[in-house]
Design a binder for this molecule. Structure first.
Ligand code: CA
Length: 222
């Protein structure tokens, strides 16, 4: 999934070096100059990460962070001009994920952002990075989008997602998914795999999440 970073920084030269470094890394950015622009920008764009200068003209980065944290757990990295322990502690205590002190290497910031994104990927279901199974609502998200699944598609995909890379034979899937159904045929499994794949490809046209193992069965790609 493409990453989009919101940069709140009032010094254009600093923002530009960051925007350039992110672009080099294939990451797109939105840049705002004021703390007050952070929440509207978050509401209007699909943002994955916030880089927040502490010293902004209209309010402090700390206050912006607190406001964001009222509604969102999006990762936040502070840019601070002051190399004081107190800033670091305050920043991390109010919910930031990391900080860098100016002057900094833009590449280092990019590397830190990537590391934090890896660490903070949705963890509801740690077994898979791209699927999230909501057991209580019987729903599955694929890359952040809810899939419209039938009961058997849900059970089938949930089974695969819960043990990525495990190859299930059609018989095993019939036992697990169609446990109480009569007259299930192997081609029933195939037909449901086919419709599931079509639904995954609505989210990602290149999706190859479900792997066919010829003569063996199916698995979910790790
Ligand atoms: Ca500043």
């Amino acid at each position: 999934m493409p990453t989009h970073v919101l940069i709140i920084e009032d010094e254009p030269a600093i923002a530009e070096t960051l925007i350039y470094a992110f672009k080099e890394a294939g990451i797109s950015t939105t840049h705002k100059l004021l703390g007050g622009e952070a929440l509207p920008a978050l509401a209007q764009n699909a943002i994955d990460f916030v880089i927040l200068d502490v010293g902004l003209p209209d309010m402090t980065g700390f206050d912006v962070c607190k406001k964001i944290r009222e509604t969102s757990q999006i990762p936040i990295l502070f840019l601070t001009a002051r190399n004081h322990e107190i800033d670091r502690i305050v920043g991390l205590e109010i919910g930031a994920d990391d900080y860098v002190t100016k002057p900094f290497s833009p590449r280092e910031v990019v590397a830190r952002v990537k590391a934090i994104l890896r660490r903070t990927e949705p963890q509801t279901n740690k077994k898979s990075n791209t699927f999230m199974v909501d057991e209580t609502a019987n729903r599955i998200q694929y890359r952040g989008q809810h899939l419209e699944l039938t009961r058997y598609e849900f059970l089938l995909l949930k089974t695969l997602v819960n043990q990525p890379q495990r190859v299930y034979s059609r018989d095993q899937l019939m036992d697990i998914v169609w446990a109480n159904a009569e007259n299930t045929l192997e081609r029933t499994v195939d037909a449901h795999i086919k419709t599931l794949r079509a639904k995954l490809r609505c989210v990602d046209a290149a999706s190859e999440a479900i792997v066919t193992h010829r003569g063996m069965g199916y698995s979910l790609q790790a």
